[in-house]
Design a protein around this ligand. Structure first.
Ligand code: GLU
Length: 445
């Protein structure tokens, strides 16, 4: 890393102790930014990096609720409003027991660059709670969401901060959150949340967008090597919203997706995963992946273990941060990997990224490859602002244009900075310069 940037990075790390994932995300971005600061000394003079690493506002709050047995429960809520140079803070809410400030800050930091890359007018933010929705009844989830919004509402708004979903927050949770916001504020403010239901201000394609976008981005990378998804053998990690829609899109382009996983294990289905069955189990029944094995022939379920043991030509990590380490990366490369597109946020460790880059595997980092979700959220905001609702085909067309645009911008930036095919460099520099220019123009704030 450039020595000037390293000094700034060290200060950021010392100032934010115990936030490992945030440290990792900052280090990964700073690794790419040396050459930009050679060309733009004004960014150093204006302390752009120091300002970028300090969120504009951080809100931490108590979320009290009662479970179905009447027992009082307490969780911790977060919203980190990181950067508003390009638009209102925008980013999802994650409900998962692992959530703490370091996770929210890594996600919020990544979101700044991701959102800049989409070309849409959105800043970066993220939030969530250590609440675990798994095993909770709808009534418990509703009471939790209502309590969460009872504090959050005063910090958000269509021109201020626009939350959406992430792990553990889907259409059900967004519904309860929106209902409570409307009730407290007495405003039908559609643009305050995205990922809404289609009959009440949501956008078609939003549920599919992150997974579809990841596949579209990866397809563009494959094209640079004269390949496509057609005939590829694909392994996906995860089996939530992003994974399911990535599987569907990859298979529609002629790939065979042979494996996917959940936190307990993975399935191998050599005939290609039956997306309808997977949706039924995961989305309708809210069940576990293990149930898939019994309901389809010639499927093996591996309890525990790593889905990255399954050989593939394309890998799509769509589960969570740091799910793919250096050893797994080396195994995938040995087994003939051609490309990897990150549907999750920071799923590859720094070691894994180094392995992929050394092997010249096509590597699409999450902040570029999974930007289709938030980009379609911005399309939802656009529809809400004009009180319009677009067709599936039109919205999907817009998503495709945005993903191809992100790919091309990353590739062109990598070329411009003398490292063709380095999408990490392209994404980090491409996102950063846009935000840095806007921050300079808006003065010291
Ligand atoms: N949580 C998603 C992400 O990581 C989407 C955020 C949004 O739609 O605002 O980008």
């Amino acid at each position: 890393m450039d020595a000037r940037l390293e000094a700034i990075r060290d200060t950021v790390l010392a100032r934010n102790p115990g936030e490992g994932e945030f440290h990792q995300a900052v280090t990964e971005v700073f690794d790419s930014l040396g050459p930009v600061h050679d060309r733009h000394p004004e960014f150093l003079e204006a302390a752009i990096l120091e300002r970028l690493c300090e969120p504009e506002r951080q809100i931490i709050f108590r979320v009290p609720w009662t479970d179905d047995a009447g027992r009082v429960r307490i969780n911790r809520g977060f919203r980190v409003e990181f950067n508003s140079a390009l638009g209102p803070y925008k980013g999802g809410l994650r409900f998962h027991p692992s959530v703490y400030l370091g996770i929210v800050k890594f996600l919020g930091f990544e979101q700044i660059f991701k959102n800049a890359l989409t070309g849409m007018p959105i800043g970066g933010g993220k939030g969530g709670s250590d609440f675990d929705p798994r095993g909770r009844s709808d009534a418990e989830v509703m009471r939790f969401c209502q309590s969460f919004m009872t504090e959050l509402y005063r910090h958000i708004g269509e021109y201020t901060d626009v939350p959406a979903g992430d792990i553990g927050v889907g259409g059900r949770e967004i519904g309860y959150l929106f209902g409570q916001y409307k009730r407290i504020t007495n405003r039908y403010e559609s643009g305050v949340l995205t990922g809404k239901g289609i009959s009440w201000g949501g956008s078609l394609v939003r549920p599919e967008a992150t997974g579809y976008g990841t596949v579209i981005f990866t397809q563009e990378m494959l094209k640079t090597r004269g390949a496509s998804f057609d005939g590829q053998r694909v392994v996906v990690s995860g089996s939530g919203n992003v994974a399911i829609n990535a599987i569907a899109k990859a298979q529609s382009l002629g790939a065979t997706v042979v494996a996917c996983s959940d936190s307990s294990g993975y399935i191998v289905d050599e005939a290609g995963i039956d997306v309808g069955l997977l949706r039924q189990i995961k989305e309708v029944e809210r069940g576990r992946l293990k149930d898939y094995e019994a309901r389809r022939s010639a499927v093996s379920y591996v309890d525990g273990g790593s889905v990255w043991d399954v050989n593939a030509t394309v890998a799509l990590p769509c589960a969570t941060q740091n799910e793919l380490d250096g050893d797994a990366a080396a195994r995938l490369v040995r087994n003939g990997l051609l490309a990897i597109g990150e549907g999750a946020n920071m799923p590859s460790t720094r070691d894994a990224v180094a392995v992929f880059q050394d092997a010249r595997v096509l590597f699409g980092p999450g902040k570029a490859a999974n930007a289709g979700g938030v980009a379609t959220s911005a399309l939802e905001m656009q529809q809400n602002a004009s009180r319009d609702s677009w067709s599936f085909a039109h919205t999907e067309q817009r998503l495709t244009e945005i993903m191809v645009g992100i790919h091309d911008r990353c590739a062109a930036t990598a070329d411009e900075y003398g490292d063709p095919g380095n999408y990490v460099l392209g994404a980090n520099i491409g996102g950063f310069v846009k935000v840095a220019d806007a921050m300079l123009a808006q003065g010291l704030i």
